[in-house]
Design a binder for this molecule. Structure first.
Ligand SMILES: NC(=O)c1ccc[n+]([C@@H]2O[C@H](COP(=O)([O-])OP(=O)(O)OC[C@H]3O[C@@H](n4cnc5c(N)ncnc54)[C@H](O)[C@@H]3O)[C@@H](O)[C@H]2O)c1
Length: 258
């Protein structure tokens, strides 16, 4: 029997591929046999990633701003030109934005977070879905967050955006499930990463104290690792997840169970 967790021959686009979770996903997906198209805003970070991964022609790097429609169309068109199809799409790029109480939250800062985290996720699906529909199959994994399941003080833009990612996923799952496209969200809790370090340092004067308090609220007693999120994304991209559509999948050490 073949190992359906493998990703041999699959063409997978990852956005935000140069970040903590995206890079970990690229690593595990390549290790399971996929060809990865790594999309990120930062050309320098993509060059560094390609050097680190040393995957040769199994890794293609494309620079794009996911909130720019022409750039999204271009990374999808380039993938189709090179490979003729897209088997899985890890729609993962996101930013944390600024932290302020609602009355102090600048509109421009709010709109910037929505542009990347919501419009970017929408545009990715807008251009990837027709390619998958033509093939009659595909898996889309949108990165939401535990911030998409509850409110956090001072994080109105981020939490709003991550709730919206669940809405985008649900519409796509019911709209395209009959065409063989599965669409899910992954909802990480706090992960060891630049993003979490940045949030911890802006959420409170004492970043160590807020981290300790957060860890104490997590049944696992610690932050997760990017690899632990990547493992879930790789599973959802695989044929092992063939009946999983429209789901919200937490990877949070039990944080949201309480
Ligand atoms: N780190 C966490 O604790 C955590 C928890 C829950 C959810 N998430 C979500 O996981 C995803 C990845 O987070 P991460 O921790 O790897 O963050 P990260 O900052 O390490 O990586 C994000 C990547 O996205 C890229 N990016 C940002 N804006 C972009 C744009 N407009 N176009 C293209 N690329 C852009 C950045 O260059 C970066 O490489 C995000 O959606 C984030 O909201 C992270």
């Amino acid at each position: 029997m073949s190992d359906t967790n493998r990703l041999d021959g699959k063409i997978i686009i990852i956005t935000g591929a140069a970040g903590a979770i995206g890079a970990a996903a690229a690593r595990v997906m390549l290790a399971r046999g996929a060809t990865v198209v790594a999309v990120d805003y930062s050309a320098d970070a993509l060059a560094k990633l390609a050097k680190e991964l040393g995957a040769g022609d199994k890794l293609v790097t494309l620079t794009a701003d996911v909130s720019d429609e022409a750039a999204v169309k271009a990374y999808v068109d380039e993938t189709v030109k090179r490979f003729g199809r897209i088997d899985a799409f890890f729609n993962n790029a996101g930013i944390e934005g600024e932290t302020h109480p609602i009355p102090d939250y600048p509109l421009a800062a709010f709109q910037k977070v929505l542009a990347v985290n919501v419009v970017g996720v929408f545009l990715g699906m807008k251009y990837v879905i027709p390619v998958m529909a033509k093939a009659g199959k595909g898996s889309i994994i949108n990165t939401s967050s535990v911030a998409g399941l509850s409110g956090s003080p001072n994080m109105v833009a981020y939490n709003t955006s991550k709730h919206a990612v669940i809405g985008l996923m649900r519409v796509a799952a019911v709209e395209w499930g009959a065409k063989g496209i599965r669409v899910n969200t992954i909802n990480p809790g706090p992960i060891e990463s630049r993003m979490m370090d940045s949030l911890d340092s802006t959420r409170a004067a004492n970043a160590d104290a807020i981290r300790k308090a957060t860890e104490a609220a997590i049944p696992a007693g610690r932050y997760g690792k990017p690899e632990e999120v990547a493992a879930l994304a790789a599973f959802l991209a695989s044929d092992n997840a063939s009946y999983i559509n429209g789901g919200i999948h937490t990877v949070d050490g039990g944080l949201t169970a309480g």
